[in-house]
Design a protein around this ligand. Structure first.
Ligand code: 4NP
Length: 163
């Protein structure tokens, strides 16, 4: 068991759709498992357009229908310091992976940066589709992906850290 909380960060482009949902779902599962003191969870966007904004209301509404509250979350931009601080960074697509690794050109930080859907039992093309410019069904698809993938990530981290 680690001597401090395991630090987990979810990253997408805007930090208003996919990564806040992943943060909310993962945190909810952590609390339900009685592990709140063992994890520190946040999300960030590689882009800065929405800094300070709440999650997209379509994402918030979809999550609320499924019993997950995103209302307190506010967007922030990923920084180089995050790559020192967090133990695990899970990114939503390959553009996010590129932009995140670009902040650490020497690759000498110990943070593990991985595609979120590497842990999805049904990984498809390993990317979480961006629902921002699409219709409502896109948000339901993203919810299903994020729900099962956050469950799988929590299982993996519990194993890895003996929690
Ligand atoms: P997210 O979705 O990366 O899942 O938060 C997006 C939100 C906003 C924009 C793009 C993607 N945008 O270009 O403003």
């Amino acid at each position: 068991m680690p001597d401090r909380p395991v630090r987990v960060l979810f990253v997408c482009l805007g930090n208003i759709c996919r990564s806040p949902l992943a943060e909310g779902l993962f945190q909810q599962k952590v609390v339900e498992a009685g592990l709140a003191e063992h994890f520190e969870v946040d999300s960030a966007g590689t882009g800065g357009w929405h800094v300070g904004a709440p999650a997209d209301r379509r994402m918030t509404a979809t999550a609320a229908r499924h019993g997950t509250d995103l209302s307190a979350l506010r967007a922030r931009q990923l920084s180089r310091a995050d790559l020192d601080y967090y133990d695990h960074v899970f990114v939503m697509d390959k553009a996010n992976l590129h932009d995140t690794l670009y902040l650490d050109p020497d690759g000498d930080r110990s943070t593990q940066v991985r595609l979120f859907r590497e842990f999805d039992p049904e990984p498809g093309d390993y990317q979480v589709p961006d629902p921002y410019y699409g219709g409502d069904e896109g948000f339901e698809t993203v919810f299903a992906i994020a729900d099962r993938t956050t469950a799988a990530i929590l299982d993996r981290l519990r194993d890895a850290y003996d929690l």
